[in-house]
Structure formats: structure tokens, C-alpha cells
Write a protein that binds this ligand. Structure first.
Ligand code: ATP
Length: 538
């Protein structure tokens, strides 16, 4: 996994996963655009979530509600009153902060002279229609959930569902976060993947546990093993106003720390009860605001008891951006592609020795440090080649001008590193933005190029397996580029493929290289699609 968020930010920018919004105008804080690879990865995460939670179950329906809703939705959901973060101002530098994130000290100027926290409502407002009077505004939804609750009766009557059943929705949500930060982790515009699962009162606790299990299984399926997720059983005094119990799934993001990636809440009968009329006849257990405006009772007729009940709701709610960030962090690796050959090691060792001698002659270094360095020269040469922590130990020795030494060491080792080192994104194949890349062994050979393009065209025909053609560099460089963006398979068309190689038996076959093992296999073109499809199911 990534050891620093910078690795991911740099990769995301270098390869076109994520760009800051409106970058050429200085950006817009807390807003990001998904680039050519980012949109593919994001769409694949969403598609996998939808497939698992809607298609592969018998108890789910989908929905796509609008972002703009009647303002009353947010009055009765409780958001107008309670969707607040505590805001403080620094009296010294005038910066504003979310109080519970800064521990009483201004992160900008270090002052403790802060105002008392006051509630700041995080919903964005926008005007509806041409007249800007107070009645004509709407909120951009801060969660997708409410679109599901207000459509509960519509879905129930049109699908004739019986409890328990759920409604799934993926869509944009907007929150005017006081301090957006940590890349995709805390932003002002993001996407949520939400399920509202409706159950009989009394069956809620069991279903809450079941959803916990099935959500953990999904995270594992997209590459976040269970062992990497901490389940936080939210204590009563931290629960949201609607929740009876909430499990937060927490992922250990580099630099950011252990943070929520998904919340799984037992929302009781709060939501359907809040949006219903005649609340006093509904036997609600949740405390709700009196609703004078709704024209519906959001109830379910239970045939067994012959009574109308207000279902309880279990809500697994995950952020797409946080999922993507976790998937990128988890899949990221920098590694040696093979053990370094002894002769290469010796070369580096020697180069390093002579370099160290020149360092040793320099005034900048203490005698003690010089002896230590020289004594360990050979060993350090190896360490450098493998980029082991010893290199850092060297740099930390007293009297060593770290920046100078670091630069020179890197300079000497760079060719080796380039040849034997790679960054690889071990994405689950189902999530990879590009499933396969096809290369001609030589780009100036018409028949190799035409054959490679034809192989690529055929793989693309099914429409669901993004395949690219690339001839912009030597094969090694092309492999490296695909490794870095997580492409599971690279396919090379060579002279054997077109019947002009040494082995006639290899005509009409290509080399398929596996991203993770780097193993290569010869596969007949006629079987290529089936071969890849089988492996991509993983
Ligand atoms: P936090 O405490 O981190 O602000 P939250 O508890 O307010 O999050 P929920 O209201 O439970 O978050 O939202 C459900 C999911 O939506 C979160 O688990 C997260 O994945 C995502 N999410 C919420 N706020 C943001 C944000 N500002 N940026 C990106 N994703 C977010």
C-alpha cells in the first residue's frame, strides 16, 4: 500500500486520474475533476457496487432522484436544524475552522485566541426561478438518502415489494465543508452510494448486522481486505440525531489516519415517520418534528398482523471518492521487478565506493562519519540498489550534507532503479480503468501495427472491456506505464504472431503479460477474449 498520500496525489495527477477543478483559474477549494482514468475507475467502482447490491440480490430496487428537492424535505429531515458543523474564527489571523478538527489551536498561526464554536449549516443554497425572494431557494442535497425516503411510497406501490426490501441510489451530494482537505477525502462536491433498507420494526438489529457483513464483503471484493478495515461502533453521545446505532467502517489512509469510509446506520422509523402526516396515529418510536405539510403516510401494510407499520431503516452509506482514494492507496506499490543480478550490484557498489571516497575527502563530513560510510560502502551499494532503509541511515549520519549526498546517490542509482524498479497499481481487474493494452513490437512495421490494432479492435467489440493501443515507446516503457495505471494485461504482437518469426507454431498467437506476476504467456488470438474475460472476473 501507499505509505504517503503524496504518492497517490502525484500518480493521480501524472497519469490523469484526478485534476483540481478549474485549475487554470487557480482552482476551487474542495472540488476535483475526474480525468480520463479517474472517470473509468470511478464508474467501475459504482458499477460494481450496483451489481453487488442491486442485481445480485432479490430484495433491492434502484432509484435516481433529483439533486434539487422541495425545501420542506430538508425541514422535516432535520437538516435545516441540525446539519451543522461547529465553526470557530481565529481572532488573530481571521481564518475559519471546523472546531472539532483543530484542538483549540489555529493551524494557520498557532494562536489559541479562537471564538466560541457556533453552528454552521453545511447545506449549499441555490435560487429557484428568476425572483430572489426568500421563498424561492432550494438546497443542493447534502445526502442522497432523502430522495429515497420521499419516494418510498412510489417505489412500494409500483414494484409491489414486501418487507424487507431496499432501495439503492448513487448520486452527487454537496456539503459546504468548512475546511475541505486531504485530497478526495473531504470535498464539497462528492458522490454517495446509498442504500435504504426497509425492515419490520424488531428485525432492525439483525439486519443491521447482516448489512455490516455484506458491506465488508464488498470492500474485500474491490480490494480492501477486512483486516484493513476497523469497525467503529459509534458511542451514543456521538450518534446522529436519527440513529439508534451506527457502525462506521474506517480505513487507515496514509497521512490522514483511520477515517470513515462508510457509515452503516440504524435510522429506526425516524425518516419515514418524519415525512408522514398523521404522525400521532403511527406508533412511532423515533422523536420526530410535527409534520404539517406532507400529504402521505409512509407506511407499509403488514398482512400478517393486518396493521400499517412504519418500517425501520438500515442505511449503508459510502462515498465514491473515499472508496477510490482507499482503492488507490491499497493497490499502490513500488517494487523491484526482479532480484538484481550480482554483476550489476557490484557496479553500483563500486560506483558508490568511489563516490563515497570523494565525499570522504570533503570538508563537510566528520572523520567518524567518513569511516563509517567507507566501512559500509559495499553493503550500502546494495542497499541503495534495493532502496532499503539503510540509504536513509546513511543520509542521517552526523555531518553528512544530506541533500547533496542524496542527490548524488540517486543520480548514480537512477539507471538501475529505472531498469529494475516499478510503480504498480494492483487494482482488482474488475476495477482497472483499462483492462488490456496492445502493443506492436515495432511501431514502424506496417503488419505488426495493423495486427495489433485489429487485436485491440476485436477486444473492444464487447463494449465492456476497455482496451487501448499504444506504440509510443519501447515495450519496457509501455509495460511500466500500464503497470502504473493498473492495467492487468499487456498484449504484444511480434514477428511470430504474423508468421515471420523463428517458430511457425506461434503464428496467430500473442504474448500476454500479467501485471502482478509479470509472467508472460502465449495465447492464440482466437482465444484471447475468452482468456481475458475469465481472468477479469477476479
Ligand atoms: P465525516 O464525519 O467524515 O464528515 P460524515 O459522518 O458526515 O463524515 P456521512 O454523513 O455518514 O459522513 O456520509 C456518508 C459517507 O459519505 C461517508 O462515509 C463518506 O464516505 C462520504 N462523505 C461524507 N462527507 C464527505 C465529504 N465531505 N467528502 C467526501 N466524502 C464524504
Amino acid at each position: 500500500p501507499a505509505t504517503s498520500l503524496d504518492q497517490i496525489v502525484a500518480l493521480a495527477k501524472r497519469r490523469g486520474f484526478i485534476f483540481p477543478s478549474s485549475e487554470i483559474y487557480g482552482g476551487l477549494q474542495g472540488v476535483y475533476d475526474y480525468g480520463p482514468l479517474g472517470v473509468e475507475l470511478k464508474n467501475n467502482i459504482i458499477a460494481d457496487w450496483w451489481r453487488t447490491n442491486v442485481y445480485e440480490r432479490d430484495d433491492m430496487e434502484g432509484l435516481d432522484a433529483a439533486i434539487l428537492m422541495n425545501r420542506l424535505v430538508w425541514k422535516y429531515s432535520g437538516h435545516e436544524e441540525t446539519f451543522n458543523d461547529p465553526l470557530v474564527d481565529c481572532r488573530v489571523c481571521k481564518m475559519r475552522w471546523r472546531a472539532d478538527h483543530i484542538h483549540g489551536v489555529c493551524p494557520n498561526c498557532g494562536s489559541r485566541d479562537l471564538t466560541e464554536p457556533r453552528p454552521f449549516n453545511m447545506m449549499f443554497r441555490t435560487q429557484i426561478g428568476p425572483v430572489a425572494d426568500s421563498g424561492s431557494f432550494a438546497y443542493l442535497r447534502p445526502e442522497t438518502a432523502q430522495g429515497i425516503f420521499v419516494n418510498f411510497a412510489n417505489v412500494l406501490t409500483t414494484t409491489a415489494r414486501k418487507l424487507p426490501f431496499g432501495i439503492a441510489q448513487v448520486g452527487k451530494a454537496f456539503r459546504n465543508e468548512i475546511n475541505p482537505r486531504n485530497f478526495l477525502f473531504r470535498v464539497r462536491e462528492f458522490e454517495q452510494m446509498e442504500i435504504e433498507y426497509f425492515v419490520m420494526p424488531g428485525a432492525d438489529e439483525e439486519w443491521h448486522q447482516r448489512w455490516l457483513e455484506s458491506r465488508l464483503a464488498w470492500w474485500e471484493q474491490i480490494g480492501i481486505p477486512r483486516s484493513r478495515i476497523t469497525i467503529y461502533d459509534v458511542p451514543a453521545d456521538e450518534l446522529a440525531h436519527y440513529s439508534k446505532r451506527t457502525f462506521d467502517l474506517m480505513y487507515d489512509y496514509p497521512n490522514i489516519g483511520v477515517q470513515e469510509i462508510e457509515g452503516i446506520a440504524n435510522r429506526t422509523d425516524y425518516d419515514l415517520g418524519s415525512h408522514s402526516k398523521d404522525q400521532d396515529q403511527l406508533n412511532l418510536t423515533a422523536r420526530v418534528n410535527r409534520n404539517e405539510d406532507s400529504i402521505a403516510r409512509l407506511t407499509y401494510f403488514d398482512q400478517a398482523s393486518g396493521r400499517h407499520v412504519v418500517p425501520y431503516v438500515i442505511e449503508p452509506s459510502a462515498g465514491v471518492g473515499r472508496a477510490m482514494l482507499a482503492v488507490l492507496c491499497e493497490g499502490y506499490a513500488e517494487e523491484l521487478t526482479k532480484a538484481l543480478p550480482a554483476d550489476k550490484l557490484a557496479v553500483v557498489g563500486e560506483a558508490l565506493q568511489s563516490f563515497l571516497k570523494s565525499v570522504g575527502r570533503s570538508e563537510k563530513i566528520s572523520a567518524e562519519a567518513r569511516d563509517a560510510i567507507l566501512a559500509r560502502g559495499e553493503e550500502l551499494g546494495q542497499a541503495l540498489a534495493e532502496r532499503l532503509p539503510e540509504v536513509e541511515q546513511l543520509l542521517a549520519m552526523p555531518g553528512v550534507d544530506q541533500i547533496e549526498v542524496g542527490k548524488k546517490l540517486r543520480g548514480q542509482a537512477q539507471p538501475l532503479i529505472d531498469e529494475h524498479y516499478r510503480t504498480v497499481l494492483r487494482l482488482k481487474p474488475r476495477l482497472a480503468p483499462i483492462k488490456a493494452a496492445v502493443f506492436p513490437l515495432k511501431r514502424n512495421h506496417d503488419q505488426l501495427v495493423a495486427t495489433a490494432k485489429e487485436v485491440r479492435r476485436r477486444l473492444q467489440l464487447g463494449g465492456d472491456m476497455r482496451t487501448v493501443y499504444d506504440d509510443t515507446g519501447a515495450i519496457g516503457k509501455l509495460y511500466r506505464r500500464q503497470d502504473e495505471i493498473g492495467t492487468p494485461f499487456c498484449i504484444t504482437v511480434d514477428f511470430d504472431t504474423i508468421g515471420q518469426g523463428k517458430d511457425p507454431a506461434l503464428a496467430e498467437t500473442v504474448t500476454v503479460r500479467d501485471r502482478d506476476t509479470m509472467a508472460q504467456e502465449r495465447v492464440p488470438i482466437a482465444e484471447l477474449e475468452a482468456y481475458l474475460r475469465e481472468k477479469l472476473r477476479a
